[in-house]
Design a protein around this ligand. Structure first.
Ligand code: F6P
Length: 195
């Protein structure tokens, strides 16, 4: 069995301000997580010479990966967060107030709702296909450092969760979800590195 480790980036400045999307850097708390993650990964994958670290192309995942040494890092655009289009950079409150119809339609059908000039969860699920194919082909462990919506979709694929649940799966910050792909099926462990 070989593990796939899934984690969100460390807390970003946009997370602190409750803003969605963007390309902000990580906070001091986020940097602390990056260090703890590096420690964890270096111990957990010590003798795994072929392991690799996959990030999105956004700063917050690249910065979260940066303290990890000894493994190749690969950036995937397909691992970027859901594109919130015209709502990028807004808070949920602002969307509710300034674009109430958008807010309501997303609430009604979060899976299919597509942000104007942006993406839906279904779009994200579709663009993840090449990532999933590559993850399935890997024989060595992979650490995936990505974002909330993307990780919901990846997790659902490996944990075999139904499509309709995807937008609501809990993927908290500062937590590693370890998935073990064995002959007997899939096993899962969660490591919360900060409280
Ligand atoms: O708030 C962090 C974030 O990653 C946003 O960038 C993104 O729009 C959001 O989470 C996705 O979660 P939800 O689909 O629940 O809005």
């Amino acid at each position: 069995p070989r593990p796939i480790l899934l984690t969100r980036h460390g807390e970003s400045m946009y997370n602190v301000r409750g803003r969605i999307g963007g390309d902000s850097v990580i906070s001091d708390t986020g940097e602390l997580y990056a260090k703890k993650l590096a420690n964890f990964v270096e111990k957990r994958l010590k003798s795994e010479r072929a392991a690799s670290i996959w990030t999105s192309t956004l700063q917050r995942t690249i910065l979260t990966a940066s303290p990890i040494t000894g493994f190749p890092k690969i950036q995937w655009r397909a691992l970027d967060e859901i594109n919130a289009g015209v709502c990028d950079g807004m808070t949920y409150e602002e969307i509710k107030k300034n674009m109430p119809e958008e807010y309501e339609s997303r609430k009604k059908d979060k899976l299919r709702y597509r942000y104007p000039r942006g993406e839906s969860y279904l779009d994200v699920i579709q663009r993840l296909e090449p990532v999933i194919i590559e993850l399935e082909r890997q024989r060595a462990p992979v650490v995936v450092i990505s974002h909330q919506a993307v990780l919901r979709a990846l997790y659902a694929y490996f944990a075999d969760r139904p499509l309709k649940e995807i937008p609501h799966i809990e993927v908290p910050l500062h937590t590693i979800i370890e998935i073990q792909m064995g002959v007997t099926g899939v096993q899962e462990k969660r490591y919360k590195l900060m409280d």
